[in-house]
Design a protein around this ligand. Structure first.
Ligand SMILES: NC(=O)c1ccc[n+]([C@@H]2O[C@H](COP(=O)([O-])OP(=O)(O)OC[C@H]3O[C@@H](n4cnc5c(N)ncnc54)[C@H](OP(=O)(O)O)[C@@H]3O)[C@@H](O)[C@H]2O)c1
Length: 255
């Protein structure tokens, strides 16, 4: 176990999830304390002298606000049910507002929220692959659309209404339950390629980022460092736009 120069108490929402259950032991191993806010404590497969467990639902704004008292930073790894076509969003936006209110109430500054590469961030260039293929086709077919909407709204709220706190958003691509790739996940300005990371590597990135002042008020993509100068998502977008313009021109000439 390492003893950090300043051990902190972090609250982790979504501590029983795929990312959360890997982040908690990493924080503890780094010498920090963790308050895990979970709706099913039985799902936590870990006990530790520096691990506190608070049972609650993120839809309970009062419980969320009061759980934040006394922590140094907040980590949200909460997500609606990915792949559930009946889920149309609504979990994350009220929860993030409650987190913000709790942080203000208890003087907590730092917040990390995990959204996704498919999330939309204000001012970002239109990306054909993301908007059409991932969100409209794959997202709707798989039933991930509700989660995309939730993540979009959470980011939008932070950007517009949470200027008083040090928030940061991570935007990983597909995350898979495989052993670590042995590579570091890094912040990226473009869609990650290949569009996949492991939960192990994403958890390590989360823990490294939470104390990084440079990440404050950013919502960057993240993934393994790009291996080649050719960025397939941008290239695919270029080809798709060229084909679309060509087809539009043909139709215009034919009618
Ligand atoms: N998995 C991916 O491939 C992927 C890719 C990119 C982005 N993301 C994003 O990353 C975030 C986390 O993803 P993940 O895959 O780690 O999530 P996950 O495995 O689905 O876990 C979600 C966590 O949120 C908790 N949660 C959901 N509703 C709750 C409620 N009402 N009250 C209390 N806890 C609640 C779950 O608790 P229970 O254990 O009790 O259900 C679980 O701990 C999400 O925003 C997701 O959209 C995921």
């Amino acid at each position: 176990m390492r003893t950090p120069s300043t051990p902190k108490l972090y609250i982790v929402f979504g501590a029983t999830g795929n990312t959360g259950k890997r982040v908690v032991p990493l924080l503890l191993a780094a010498g920090h304390s963790v308050r895990a806010f979970v709706r099913s404590p039985g799902k936590l497969q870990i006990s530790h002298e520096r691990l506190q467990v608070v049972q609650g639902d993120v839809g309970d704004a009062e419980a969320v606000r009061s759980a934040i008292k006394g922590v140094q930073a907040v980590i949200s790894l909460v997500g609606g049910p990915l792949g559930d076509k009946s889920f149309h969003g609504g979990v994350l936006p009220p929860f993030i507002k409650a987190v913000h209110a709790g942080m203000r109430e208890h003087g907590v500054k730092r917040l990390l929220v995990q959204a996704g590469a498919a999330s939309v961030v204000r001012g970002e260039k239109f990306n054909f692959l993301k908007h059409v293929l991932v969100r409209q086709i794959d997202g709707r077919t798989r039933g991930d659309h509700g989660c995309h909407i939730d993540n979009d709204e959470a980011i939008s709220y932070l950007e517009t209404s949470a200027r008083d706190i040090e928030w940061m958003v991570t935007r990983p691509p597909l995350i898979v339950a495989k052993p670590s790739e042995g590579k570091r996940v890094v912040a990226l300005d473009v869609m990650p390629w290949p569009p996949v990371v492991t939960f192990e590597d994403m958890a390590a990135y989360t823990v490294s980022l939470i104390d990084d002042d440079k990440a404050v008020k950013t919502s960057k993509y993240c993934g393994y460092a790009l291996a080649s100068a050719i960025h397939p998502p941008s290239f695919a977008g270029y080809v798709a736009s060229t084909v679309a313009i060509g087809l539009a021109y043909l139709i215009y000439r034919l009618i």
